[in-house]
Each structure stands twice: as C-alpha cells, then as structure tokens.
Design a protein around this ligand. Structure first.
Ligand code: PMV
Length: 330
C-alpha cells in the first residue's frame, strides 16, 4: 500500500524524559513514564508516489519547512529501512495548539512514523514502531501505546533496548484525568531539544536529576498498578519541579513559566489546602496539566477555567495508542 493514515494521541509525562545520552539515536539518560491522552489527537496521511519530486509536509494547512526536528530526515530513515526511493506527501492535522509544551511533537511523530511505515510497506510490531519513532522524537515513542506507558532507558549503545512498553491499558484506570490548562499558544522560545542539551551540558545538578528519577519511576509504576492516585500524582508533581529546577539552573537559565503558570501552581496548592486531590505537571512550556480523578473533575476544571490567565482547558482521560484508519486526509 502506498498510502496510509494513522492517528496518535499526545502523551503527558508523569516521570519526565530530560536529557539525551546519545543525540543521534535519541537515547535518554533516565527511564520515564507517561499517560496517553484521549483528547489531543494528530491524524496524518502519507502517500508515496513517483509523481512527487521531493517530500512535502503540510501541518495544520501550512507547508512545514525543514527545522531541527527534521521531519524530512525521519521520512528518509523509514524509506531507507523499507528500501524505497519514492518521495512522500504528508498531510497532518492536530486538534490542539502545536509547539507550546503540549506534546504536539509526540502525537505528530508517532502518527507520522506509523503512517509512513505502513505506506512504505513495512510490517512492524509496536516495539519496533516505538524504536523507530524514538529516533524522530524521544517522547513520541510513548504515544505508540495507549493508557499508561514507560520508556525504558536501555543500556545498549545501538538503542535496541530503549523502547516504550505498556504499564497498563486505558481501561485499567479510566477515572484518571489530566486537565490541560492552556495559558499561551505561542511557539516556545527554547525547544525541548535545545533546552535539554543545554541542561545536560551546564546544570550542576543534572546527575541528581538522573539519579532521583529512578525512584520516581518505580513509585509511578507501582502507583499506576495499584491505582494509588496520591502516589502517582504527588511523585509526578515533584518530578516535574525537579526537571524545571534543572532547566532554571542552566547557563543561560531557561524559564518556561509565565505569570499565569505560577497562578495555576498556587491555585492547585490552594485546592489541596481545601481538601481537593489535585496535582500539577508541566513540560517545556508555560501550560500546566492538572491531575485529578473523575469525581472531582468538574469542580477542579471549573476553578481552573475561572483563573484570569487561563485561555481554555482540555480534559483528557487515558486514551488509545496509535491506530491505522481508512479515512485519508487527501
Ligand atoms: O521528545 P521531546 O523532544 O518533545 O521532549 C519532551 C520533553 C518533555 O516533554 C519536557 C518531557 C517528556 O518526557 O515528555
């Protein structure tokens, strides 16, 4: 088949990936874990044909020019694996703002990899797809799977043991909620790729981040298995604060937060004072994701929406992994 369409959901890390031990293969310094989110989806159609003279990539109606993410290079990687010379036309649509710390590259690279591999005639299992996706964008390898997912750090130089795997599927804990609170939709000033490279190179606490992430990962995995909300969410919140502490203490300092970010952090802490079970996490951007359970979702979501700096919220449940669908975008 020379044309295929795939969907992928974004994922939000509960234990963050922050720092590469190998930049070419995208191998992380620390194992990490995430929830795949049902409300934030990318759909991508890929067609190979000899009528195309070069790869073209259209994302949300705009032609994508080559940048450090190197989508074109990722398509070439898959072509090489499949042994094909034809060029691809790629059209991709996401239903949420891209490049604002909302994990758009995760759903984007996962959908791209699955659709391109299928259109190129490759027959890969989920582990192989996750290894291939990882080489395009690290965190994207987790979006291959639904529900709760871990990405193994691995030990091997060739990256063959650094892949994502399911911890539990979405039906294991359907009441878990990730309320994405959007305070800004602008492209972030420092990419996660650049930010993590700078952190590894200059943060004096980077070793401590890697060391303590091991325990966080164990707690989050155990917590997910036993559906222990406080254990998972409080560990995730602390892990996120540690990651931001490493960013803030690089040279030059990277601060992704804006005043509205702080407003939400304080609001969530205030909710806890009042007996609500709410915790926050943030990625390489100013938006805040608030973890809670179904029974308090409405109350927490309403309070977040009333905050001055909040543009909108998206409530996500544990969602599906990547899928091939029949309906093409072109
Ligand atoms: O995979 P990247 O380059 O988009 O980096 C993701 C980094 C964080 O979102 C901050 C953490 C994570 O594990 O998703």
């Amino acid at each position: 088949m020379a044309k295929a369409t795939a969907t992928a959901n974004a994922n939000i890390a509960l234990v963050k990936y922050w720092g590469k031990r190998n930049k070419d293969l995208i191998l992380p310094y620390n194992g990490n874990a995430s929830m795949t989110c049902d409300g934030m989806t990318t759909t991508t159609t890929v067609e190979f044909s000899d009528k195309y003279k070069e790869h073209t990539v259209v994302i949300n109606d705009e032609e994508f020019k080559k940048d450090e993410k190197d989508i074109h290079g990722h398509i070439d990687r898959i072509c090489k694996l499949a042994g094909i010379d034809e060029k691809a036309r790629v059209v991709s649509e996401s239903n949420f703002p891209v490049a604002a710390g909302l994990a758009s590259s995760a759903s984007g690279f996962a959908a791209l990899t699955v659709a391109t591999a299928k259109a190129a005639g490759l027959d890969l299992d989920k582990k192989e797809l996750s290894i291939l996706t990882r080489q395009g964008s690290g965190s994207a390898c987790r979006s291959i799977f639904g529900g709760f997912v871990q990405w193994h750090r691995g030990q091997k130089e060739d990256g063959s043991d650094s892949y994502a795997e399911s911890i539990a599927d979405k039906n294991h804990w359907p009441d878990f909620r990730m309320v994405t609170t959007i305070v800004e939709v602008k492209k972030k000033p420092v990419s996660s790729r650049g930010g993590m490279a700078q952190t590894v190179a200059t943060c004096p606490f980077y070793k401590d981040w890697v060391e303590t992430a091991k325990e966080d990962l164990k707690n989050v995995i155990d917590g997910i298995k036993e559906r222990g909300f406080e254990k998972v969410a409080s560990t995730a919140e602390f892990n996120c604060l540690k990651m931001h502490a490493t960013m803030i203490t690089t040279k030059p300092s990277i601060i992704y937060w804006i005043p509205a970010t702080m407003e939400i952090i304080h609001a969530v802490r205030q909710m806890r004072e009042e007996g609500l079970h709410a915790y926050f996490t943030m990625d390489a951007g100013p938006n805040v994701k608030v973890m809670c359970l179904k029974e308090q979702e409405n109350e927490i979501n309403k309070s977040l929406q009333e905050l001055e700096g909040v543009i909108k919220t998206i409530v996500c449940r544990p969602g599906d992994g990547t899928k091939i669908i029949e309906k093409h975008l072109f």
